[in-house]
Design a protein around this ligand. Structure first.
Ligand code: NAD
Length: 499
């Protein structure tokens, strides 16, 4: 059994609290490591190291900082297989999907290499007589991020790459379920030339999170995870005077119009509904066919595809479509929700509850399930299942389908499948969801656009990555200057108008 560490000031440091969380290999169902759960005093050590290191890093030219990010990209590519292997072994997702997790983070690091351009200020020459005015973007200082289990490489990189490129120090509190990849990322960044103390990993649970919220030196908090925790951290972080952005849970609908290309729809729903065992905030978990005929054709086409999905361990490489879920509790919760769907009257057309894999009987595998005739009052509709379960809600018209999406409390992602440009355009314009796909099932924006949901899927004003990230991780300072040759008029007691 491996005892994991924190990564503070360039060193692996053992936990001192005596409290640990279990890290499983979900494919075999065994505890393989223990994550130390930090105290406020351990967090404070990291904050002190960050505070000492940050001014030097902020004073380093942005292009020199960018060169460290360039080298970090090289090292991520060098160690891609190793990172993906460790990621799969703690998360359970397939090996190709684990590589995707690293790559979608790496792409944000690549984008942040352009930080010198993004950090450029504004300048007005001659804003008044002999007066120049300029704005600069300065780092916040010590920043922190709290991340979920489901993307242990991508989401930490979405936060720390722009924070660090902008000249901040960053303290990462990753999920206690799969913290080894975040620890490896911190080591790799230092190998690339990052000074000690600029990226640190403090492992922990609520106690560490509360210590982050309470610490006066920490200027900002980024959070990604479930909605109740997002609301808690947003409310308390803002009350503590910090800059906070929190991204929460989701229930993503796909509207299927009668004119949609059904082959494309089925491929899309299979990949986006069941990939990563449904443990994605952008998973499509609700299919909304419009019209009885569309619904009947959809269900008929989906059943054989869902039944033939290959569920297995990541060690099977490309031969599996989805792996196990993260913990025994997650497995029990998903199966319990499927039970509730049956009890509340939905039609379970593919039942994954009794799935068992020979040789992996103790693994946290959940067979894929497909529901028809789901209604909005059922728990399987109201709750984020975060498992390999697709619910079908039948509707009679486009307007009814649109209303369903609009009335849902979450607003992370959605998609429409149609051949009709007018309908697609109307949907993109009217729907109250942050990321919209048109015949695209998982519309995760690329690094140079921004990522963020609406409604209960996000709290705060700015999105993740893209230009928003540099706004989040910097403050604007505006200087108005006049040199002695222009300062000859004596005192002026009115507000300056620069006429
Ligand atoms: P989670 O909310 O349980 O945990 C997220 C983080 O919060 C972890 O670091 C955890 O240690 C910490 N945490 C847990 N309980 C806490 C508490 N009581 N007080 C303070 N901190 C606490 O989420 P998870 O299970 O790791 O991840 C799955 C969730 O994340 C899903 O709801 C999913 O939709 C969401 N998610 C959202 C996005 C997005 O961009 N909107 C992306 C990925 C995942």
């Amino acid at each position: 059994m491996q005892e994991l560490t924190h990564y503070i000031n360039g060193e692996h440091v053992k936990g001192t609290s005596g409290r640990f969380a279990d890290v499983y290999n979900p494919a075999i169902g065994e505890v393989t490591a223990k994550t130390p759960l930090a105290t406020a005093a351990e967090l404070d050590k990291a904050v002190q190291a960050a505070e000492a290191a940050q001014p030097g890093w902020a004073a380093t030219n942005p292009q020199r900082r960018a060169r460290v990010l360039m080298k970090f990209v090289d090292l991520l590519n060098r160690d891609m297989d190793k990172l993906a292997e460790v990621l799969s072994s703690q998360h359970g997702k397939t090996f190709p999907d684990a590589k995707g997790d690293v790559v979608r983070g790496l792409e944000v690091v690549e984008y942040c290499i352009g930080a010198p351009e993004l950090l450029k200020g504004e300048y007005t020459d001659g804003a008044g007589p002999g007066i120049d005015m300029y704005s600069m973007r300065q780092p916040l200082g010590v920043t922190a991020g709290i991340t979920p289990f489901n993307f242990p490489a991508m989401i930490p990189m979405w936060m720390f790459a722009p924070a660090i490129a902008a000249g901040n120090a960053f303290i990462l509190k990753p999920s206690e379920r799969d913290p080894s990849v975040p620890l490896m990322l911190a080591e790799l960044f230092e190998e690339a030339g990052l000074p000690k103390g600029i990226l640190q990993v403090v492992n922990g649970d609520k106690e560490a999170v509360d210590a982050i919220i309470a610490h006066d030196t920490i200027q900002s908090i980024g959070f990604v995870g479930s909605t109740p925790i997002a609301e808690y951290i947003y409310g308390n972080g803002c009350a503590a005077g910090k800059r906070v952005q929190c991204f929460g849970g989701a229930k993503n609908h796909a509207i299927i119009m009668p004119d949609a290309d059904m082959d494309n729809v089925v491929d899309a729903l299979i990949g986006a509904g069941y990939g990563a065992a449904g443990e994605r905030c952008m998973a499509l978990s609700v299919a909304v066919p419009v019209g009885k005929e569309t619904a009947d054709r959809l269900i008929e086409a989906l059943i054989p595809r869902v039944e033939s999905l290959k569920v297995g361990p990541y060690t099977a490489g490309d031969d599996v479509d989805l792996g196990p879920v993260i913990t025994p509790e997650a497995k029990a919760r998903i199966n319990g929700l499927v039970d509730s769907g049956v009890e509340q009257g939905a039609k379970l057309v593919v039942d994954g509850r009794n799935f068992s894999l020979q040789g992996y009987e103790n693994g946290f595998f959940v067979g894929p399930s497909l529901f028809d005739n789901v209604t909005p009052d059922m728990d399987i509709y109201k709750q984020e299942i975060f498992g390999p379960v697709l619910s079908t809600v039948r509707t009679d018209s486009y307007e009814e389908a649109l209303k369903l999406v609009k009335d849902n409390e979450y607003g992370n992602g959605t998609a429409i499948f149609t051949r009709d440009g007018d309908t697609a355009r109307d949907f993109a314009s009217r729907v109250n969801v942050g990321m919209v796909g048109v015949n695209v099932p998982i519309p995760v924006p690329l690094a140079y656009h921004t990522f963020g949901g609406w409604k209960k899927s996000a709290f705060g004003d700015l999105n993740q990555h893209g230009p928003d990230a540099f706004k989040f991780y910097t403050r604007t300072k505006t200087v108005t200057s006049r040199w002695p040759s222009g300062a000859k008029e004596g005192a002026n007691f009115s507000i300056p108008t620069m006429e």
